[in-house]
Structures are given as structure tokens and as C-alpha cells.
Design a protein around this ligand. Structure first.
Ligand code: CU
Length: 278
């Protein structure tokens, strides 16, 4: 306010010494400044509003990246569980306040399709500050008699679109073929009975079937019985059958589909290893 008075004193009207004119003059100048300040305040508010709407105060830019996925399956009625780790990042420099989830889908291919892919789990992530990275370790069961072996786990950040994102096209992470490279012998079955592994994989069969006798023998079966292909077998000179807690390991160095069976239970106990070039 003092600056207005200085300005008024310096004006020719004030030098004339007329009190009323001075009062009027001061009033006019005050009005001009009041209006200027009102305009300035309105202008600033406008600029602020524009800045807020351009920056989207609620915007985040979420991305998700798989770090690891491990599937383990048990027999009986086949049940498989997934344990994994992924990170979710907010790449946007603006504060995010909205909460979001990462949905995990099982897909037959690497392309996400909300209509045909199976939702396996929904993991709450919560709001992320600008640049924040959150590490999440999901652990969940697959539907019964379902294996992710040879298929794709697709993690989708903010799949419900709860968050306004500056980029909505970087929300997917695909993990191909989450194992297992292990097969369990249980209840006179191999589980999972079909496993897809990359070339060079070391497949491990684990006997978890009490006192039952089993073998793991490459070959095919039909109604007349089974015939060994000679590629691999758990049978050795010292041990005909695998016993509880025994393991058998074979390394698959060539791509292809390899059928196998148990020499004791034959066509009732068969499995396949699909070896693919990654
Ligand atoms: Cu058997």
C-alpha cells in the first residue's frame, strides 16, 4: 500500500495541494491497483488451473515388469500354484493418488485378450508416487486341472482403468512358459502330464506316491501296451522301480514332442514333454 502513496505524492495533482482532489486521486489510483490485483489474482488462478489440468494431478504412468515366475504342481486332482515377483513403476512425474491393481491372466499366446484370457489373480498395488517402484510377490493357485506350462502369464497394470494415465499403452508384461520343469509322480499319474520346456531344459521327475512302484520310460502306448523308444528311462541295473522320494532327471537337448510312460502302469500312466526352441 505504501507504494501507492508514494506514487500519489509524486503526481502533479498532489503537488497542487488540493486535499479533495488528492483524496479523489488516491481513491482512483487505489481502484486502479485494486482492479489490477484482482485481474492478476484471476490470471494466476487461471494459469494454475491450466497447469493442473495439463499435468493431470491424478495421472500416473504405470508399467509392470516380471522378475521371476515359478510354477509348482501337485497331483491327485492336478493343482498348480504360481509364485512370482514383478515390479510396478509410476513413470510419470506427477503425483498419483488413485489406487490400482495388477491383474494376472493366463493366455495361450503372448497377446493379451481380456475376452479369452483367464483372470488368475488381482493384486492390489495402491497409489504410487512419481518415479516410485514397488516390488510385489504374488502367490496364487491356478484353477484345478490347469497348468501354465507352455502358456503365457500376462500381467496387466491398472487393467480396470482406475487410474488416469499419461500413457495407457505400456501396461502389459508377458512371461512365457512358467514351467514347471518338474513332474510329480502321484496317485499313479504324472503331473502335469504335459509339460513344455525350452531346448536344453533339465526335467526332474519326483516320486511322491508312497509305496507305489513307477518308472519314467520314453515311448508310446496303445491298447496293446507300451513300447519304449530307448531315449530315456529311470530303470537302471540296480533299480527297476523308483521309490518314494526318488528322482529321475533327463536333459532335453533337441526340440520335439517326447512321450513317456510308467512300465508298471503302462497306458494308465503316461505323459509328454514338449521341447521347444525359445
Ligand atoms: Cu507307475
Amino acid at each position: 500500500m505504501k507504494s501507492y502513496v508514494c506514487f500519489v505524492i509524486a503526481s502533479p495533482d498532489i503537488q497542487a495541494g488540493h486535499w479533495i482532489r488528492r483524496q479523489r486521486s488516491v481513491g482512483v489510483v487505489r481502484k486502479i491497483f485494486r482492479n489490477s490485483f484482482r485481474d492478476l489474482a484471476l490470471g494466476l488462478a487461471g494459469v494454475l488451473l491450466i497447469a493442473v489440468s495439463v499435468g493431470k494431478a491424478d495421472a500416473q504412468d504405470l508399467t509392470v515388469t516380471w522378475k521371476k515366475v515359478r510354477q509348482a504342481c501337485h497331483m491327485g486332482l492336478l493343482t498348480c500354484g504360481i509364485k512370482g515377483k514383478f515390479i510396478v513403476s509410476n513413470l510419470d512425474g506427477v503425483n498419483g493418488t488413485a489406487s490400482s491393481s495388477v491383474d494376472i491372466f493366463l493366455s495361450d499366446d503372448a497377446v493379451f485378450n481380456a475376452g479369452s484370457d483367464t483372470l488368475l489373480a488381482q493384486i492390489l498395488v495402491g497409489p504410487l508416487a512419481p518415479g516410485e517402484i514397488k516390488s510385489v510377490k504374488p502367490s496364487f493357485q491356478l484353477p484345478s486341472v490347469t497348468s501354465a506350462s507352455g502358456r503365457f502369464l500376462i500381467a496387466v497394470a491398472d487393467s480396470g482403468n482406475a487410474v488416469t494415465e499419461s500413457n495407457e499403452n505400456n501396461n502389459l508384461a508377458v512371461f512365457a512358459n512358467p514351467g514347471p520343469t518338474g513332474v510329480v509322480l502321484f496317485d499313479k499319474l504324472f503331473g502335469p502330464d504335459a509339460v513344455t520346456v525350452p531346448v536344453g531344459a533339465r526335467v526332474r521327475w519326483m516320486h511322491k506316491d508312497g509305496g507305489a512302484d513307477h518308472t519314467v520310460t520314453s515311448g508310446t502306448c496303445d491298447i496293446n501296451g507300451c513300447s519304449a523308444s530307448g531315449l530315456f528311462t529311470s530303470v537302471t541295473n540296480n533299480q527297476e522301480f523308483l521309490a518314494q522320494h526318488d528322482e529321475f532327471i533327463h536333459v532335453f537337448n533337441d526340440a520335439g514332442q517326447f512321450a513317456y510312460f510308467c512300465e508298471k502302469h503302462e497306458q494308465d500312466m503316461t505323459g509328454t514333454i514338449n521341447v521347444v526352441t525359445p
